[in-house]
Design a protein around this ligand. Structure first.
Ligand code: FCB
Length: 460
């Protein structure tokens, strides 16, 4: 295979790989871990592909030394993993579980011994089920308990983990979880989903305070901003883009980086946002505390067209019913997820964020980027995933272009180290640069792993 050229990054640029607890750990009922919303949701009929669950996943809970050896051989400077809140506080509140803390102690020590900087995400969607039973993110209590849990982890690991991410993609938690119903807990609601969005941000704020109190080195949040493109040049489609941007981007980035909610939220949610009782004085100050970095996860652009409400009666409408629909991106390759591959939009997105927030935008880490492909295990025992290599090369080049245009990007984490449990899509979608055979748990580095390894080595 002719490998695509390596884009060149400045000295000190962080090359990493990312995973998330529920997607890889397995050991769902071991050592005192409590159930999370994903344990519950994945057991509901028809919610995940083939009824797959994260019960075993990549069995990383037992095989982490092998996985860290793969990271070491890859040469990454940093590894982004997430901590399972229900391993630490099985009921969401109450005493910390020593066995859960012990697991992350061992993981962090093993990473450090391999010369890899740990980057810990506190919340990658696995809310303790006990908290969902009390209202989940719809209620403020979850935000407060999230802050407590952040403090527990910072006290335990703050001396050894330099980079902390409070939330992963709160848009998914709030909207896929409470409005679209495609992620746990699978709710389809209106104003309560907007309350969930706000409480996630409040939880982020409490976590920032707790992490700062322990003096950790770097604190940030990971978002998944969309690059929304109007299907046509019509006024209606352009207005639809504003509503999509509001839901996916502005309702997160404006509070975080400008300390306000976007003016466009009223047009976007109309009746659903009229009652703002869930927002309290002081919340925006808590939410907009300065950060050391913002994590950006980017995969693909979205084409948006104007559409009528799916539900005419506001009382029955969900918070994701914003009078637009996604349409196909014409004329480009699509990955196994059906996602369009348009690397230049990655540059455009980052430059636009920088333009909107100026110096209030913290330095950026790309905390996820990668692609699911129709991988084939060849008779030679290898996975020749040329399309993934091309995807990574093109997106790294697009990232480099954004840096040339003045965006301060400090690092890049490929999603993902391992094939894993891809949420509602179960084990069908493979994002790994290492193949996992889910019958035997055998790991096979793919061509993309070898390519990324050479790219990292070229920067030494
Ligand atoms: C992101 C998630 C990550 C993974 C990738 C494909 O939205 O953060 O867990 O599922 O998408």
């Amino acid at each position: 295979m002719n490998s695509p050229a390596f884009p060149a990054f400045p000295e000190g640029f962080v090359f990493g790989a990312a995973t998330a607890a529920y997607q890889i750990e397995g050991a769902a009922a071991e050592d005192g871990r409590g159930p999370s919303v994903w344990d519950t949701y994945s057991r509901l009929p028809g919610r995940t592909a083939h009824g797959h669950t994260g019960d075993v996943a990549c069995d990383h809970y037992h095989r982490y030394p092998e996985d860290i050896a793969l990271l070491k051989d890859l040469g990454v400077t940093s590894y982004r993993f997430s901590i399972a809140w229900p391993r630490i506080r099985p009921q969401g509140s109450g005493p910390a579980n020593p066995a859960g803390l012990g697991f992350y102690d061992r993981l962090v020590d093993e990473l450090l011994a391999a010369g890899i900087e740990p980057a810990a995400t506190l919340y990658h969607w696995d809310l303790p089920q006990a908290l969902e039973d009390r209202g989940g993110w719809r209620v403020r209590e979850s935000a407060e308990l999230f802050g407590e849990y952040a403090g527990i982890m910072a006290r335990r690991l703050g001396d050894r983990v330099p980079r902390w991410i409070t939330l992963n993609e709160p848009w998914c938690s709030a909207f896929l979880g409470y409005a679209v119903g495609r992620h746990a807990p699978g709710a389809r609601e209106g104003t309560p989903a907007l309350a969930a969005a706000h409480h996630l941000l409040v939880g982020h704020g409490h976590a920032v305070s707790a992490l700062r109190a322990e003096g950790v080195r770097e604190v940030g949040i990971t978002l998944n901003p969309d690059w929304n493109v109007a299907a046509t040049g019509s006024d209606a489609d352009r207005a639809a883009v504003v509503r999509a941007d509001t839901q996916h981007n502005l309702v997160w980035t404006d509070p975080l980086f400008a300390g306000v909610y976007p003016a466009t939220e009223h047009e976007t949610w109309q009746e659903l946002i009229e009652n703002q009782d869930f927002r309290r004085e002081g919340d925006l100050d808590l939410i907009s505390q300065p950060l050391d970095f913002v994590g950006v996860n980017y995969y693909r652009p979205t084409v948006v067209a104007d559409a009528p409400y799916r539900e005419a009666d506001p009382a029955l409408r969900t918070a994701s019913d914003n009078r637009y629909r996604e349409v196909e991106y014409p004329g480009v390759r699509h990955t196994a997820m059906g996602w369009p591959v348009v690397p230049g939009t990655f540059t455009q997105l980052l430059v636009a964020m920088r333009q909107r927030y100026g110096d209030r935008l913290p330095p950026v880490h790309i905390t996820e980027n990668g692609s699911a492909e129709h991988d084939v295990l060849s008779p030679d025992g290898q996975v020749h995933d040329a399309s993934r290599v091309q995807y990574l090369a093109d997106h790294l080049a697009a990232l480099r272009a954004a840096m040339d245009e003045g965006v301060d990007v400090r690092g890049y984490y490929v999603w993902s180290l391992l094939d894993n449990f891809e949420w509602a899509l179960g084990y069908d979608k493979r994002f790994g640069i290492v193949r996992v055979d889910f019958e035997t748990q055998a790991r096979t580095p793919k061509a993309s792993y070898h390519w990324y390894r050479e790219l990292i080595a070229a920067h030494r």
